[in-house]
Every structure is written in C-alpha cells, then in structure tokens.
Design a protein. Structure first.
Length: 189
C-alpha cells in the first residue's frame, strides 16, 4: 500500500517531470509553422506572377502605342497593326517570364473608355489581334475640363490564372484569375 507521503512524492515527480514536453510542443507548433511557410511561398508566387503579367500588359501597351512598322499610322482607323503589335509584345513578355501565353484570357469586365476616333469603337476589345488579350484603341485616357479633346491612347488588359495549394484552408486548389491592365498615350510619327 501507498502511504500518503510516498504518494505525494510520486505525484510531485510525475508533475515536475518534463521529459517529452519538447516533443509535444513541437508536435503542436510545427504544423502551424509549416502552414505559414507554405502560405508565404504561395503568396510570393502569386505576387511574382502578378508582377510578370503587369509588366506584360505594360509592354503590350507600349508596343501598341508606337508600333515598329512602316505601314502603321495614327490616321488608320482600323488600328489592327497596333493591336497585333500589342498582343505579340504581351505574348513575348509572358514567355520571357516562363508563363504560358495561351492561359491568358479576356478580362471579365474590360475597362470602359470613351473612343477618341469618330465612328470607331475604341471601347470594345480588338478581336482581330485576339489571342485573349483585350486591346482597346484609340481610347480617351483623360478628359479635359477646358472642352478640348483629352489624351488618346491604348489600353491592354487580360487575366491570368493562378492556383493556390494551401492544404487545410479554403484556398486549397483554388484557381484565382489575376487581372493585368496598362494604358499608354498614343504616339504619332
């Protein structure tokens, strides 16, 4: 039989014994730490891809504003050459960033602009250049309060998918469409 003092000593030994506590603490903390590290990695990937698609949209808008061709002119109401240059620049920039250009798609809601050219639908995406990049031109980028015409330019926008992998969260295997958009003033030769 146990005597009361012997029982107290045995109980104190059990309570004060810390062997294995580190293992229990590590088992509680390590999964949370790994989830945070995985989250940092995947959000970093998303931020990197967002930067790459934004640069691609900027390159497309620049290429559409000043195309390198002898037949292009700002008097051309068709602007097909401009849009083709813009789309090619977007595709080249995406390829350079190791992103698949075929995954790009038209934005769910293209930016709304007033048209600069009379009788031209600058507010709609140019479908001749297509390849899932919305090229709008000539569009009014700014309006003037003095009654003069605003600045005309080109707008390039598209969406690119990103798939998160964060186990045990609502973002696990969720596909997110990131939108890239850029506007540049049209240059005349």
């Amino acid at each position: 039989m146990f005597s009361m003092p012997h029982f107290r000593n045995h109980l104190r030994t059990i309570v004060s014994d810390t062997r294995g506590a580190e293992i229990a603490e590590a088992a509680a903390v390590l999964p949370l730490m790994f989830m945070i590290l995985i989250g940092i990695f995947w959000f970093g990937q998303a931020f990197s891809i967002y930067g790459a698609i934004t640069r691609a949209a900027q390159e497309g808008a620049r290429a559409g504003a000043v195309p390198d061709c002898a037949t292009c002119s700002t008097n051309n109401a068709n602007f097909t050459e401009y849009a083709t240059h813009a789309v090619n620049a977007v595709q080249n920039a995406l390829s350079t960033a190791n992103l698949n250009p075929s995954l790009a798609r038209y934005p769910a809601t293209p930016p709304a602009f007033a048209s600069c050219a009379s009788g031209s639908a600058g507010n709609s995406c140019n479908s001749a250049a297509s390849n899932n990049v919305c090229v709008q031109m000539p569009v009014q980028l700014s309006s003037s309060t003095t009654g003069a015409a605003g600045v005309c330019g080109v707008s390039v926008s598209f969406q690119y998918p990103f798939q998160f992998w964060l186990p045990f969260t609502s973002l696990n295997n969720q596909q997110v469409w990131m939108t890239a958009s850029a506007r540049v003033r049209l240059e005349t030769h």
